[in-house]
Design a protein around this ligand. Structure first.
Ligand SMILES: C[S@@+](CC[C@H](N)C(=O)[O-])C[C@H]1O[C@@H](n2cnc3c(N)ncnc32)[C@H](O)[C@@H]1O
Length: 248
């Protein structure tokens, strides 16, 4: 596979999680970010722990298929690994990450990887959707939307979440996170995220969920979302929630 000349946040996260699916350009960007902000591995391990708890809670509610947007690398505790009885379609827009993901999942009959722009669910290959998320629109599903909100402006995010609410069957769930305003204290690191990067206060995020109804756990720093034992002591860089399209 030709090496990319631009870093990807997903592959930087793979580096921080101790994975093996990143390139020198990703490592250089991750190290530059850490020089401007501080160590990131514990923060992203905590965020991946939230993914695990959120996905397991959705599976425990009886959901057995997941559609993942902005999926990054399908490894290091990603959705099909924490919900082993479910089927999972991972999607992303970055061609290098998609190819790596397809290679990682080759041979799996439960999980697949394809192109999907979260802001337009019509971009997902219908054959893949029906294979890995059977009964899409008719059976409850889990939609995983992690690491994405920061790259969408408020209007786009609100519209996208509303379209997803409309598309899924009642009884479906959404796992979502967003970046806190903490990075504002590190202007050099913030600049590295580019002009489209969005930080949000929890109060400003809640209305963007529209009709999705957060569980009683609320919208909280990810380490505090249904912690199993003592929450990790990490900066509140990410907030998260699980929200439902209520059944019936
Ligand atoms: C910060 S990474 C998150 C990766 C993974 N979800 C995680 O939490 O580790 C953001 C990912 O979103 C992808 N992305 C950006 N804009 C997107 C869009 N409009 N639709 C789908 N994916 C997008 C990027 O290519 C990247 O892989």
């Amino acid at each position: 596979m030709a090496e990319p000349d631009q870093p990807s946040t997903a592959r930087m996260i793979d580096f921080w999680l101790g994975g093996e699916h990143h390139f020198p350009v990703d490592v250089a960007a991750a190290r530059a970010f850490e020089a401007a902000y501080g160590p990131c591995a514990e923060i992203f391990r905590s965020l991946r722990g939230f993914l695990g708890r959120a996905v397991r809670s959705i599976a425990d509610a009886g959901v057995d298929s997941f559609l993942v947007f902005g999926a990054g690398l399908p490894t290091r505790g990603n959705v099909h690994e924490v919900a082993p009885d479910a089927t999972v379609l991972y999607t992303d827009v970055d061609p290098v990450t998609i190819r790596l993901g397809q290679r990682l999942l080759a041979g799996s009959d439960r999980a697949g990887y394809g192109f999907g722009d979260a802001t337009d669910i019509g971009t997902i290959d219908p054959a893949q959707l029906h294979r890995f998320v059977p009964g899409w629109g008719r059976r409850p599903v889990g939609v995983v939307f992690l690491g994405l909100a920061a790259f969408l402006d408020d209007a786009t995010l609100a519209r996208t979440l509303d379209e997803l609410y409309e598309a899924v069957a009642p009884g479906s769930f959404l796992a979502i996170d967003f970046d806190s305003e903490g990075l504002a204290a590190y202007p050099e690191a913030l600049a590295m995220m580019g002009p489209a990067f969005r930080m949000r206060a929890p109060g400003a995020f809640a209305p963007l969920l529209g009709r999705w109804q957060p569980t009683v756990d609320g919208i909280v720093p990810v380490a505090q979302w249904r912690p199993e034992g003592e929450p990790e002591r990490v900066p509140d860089a990410f907030y998260g929630a699980v929200a439902a399209r209520p059944a019936g």
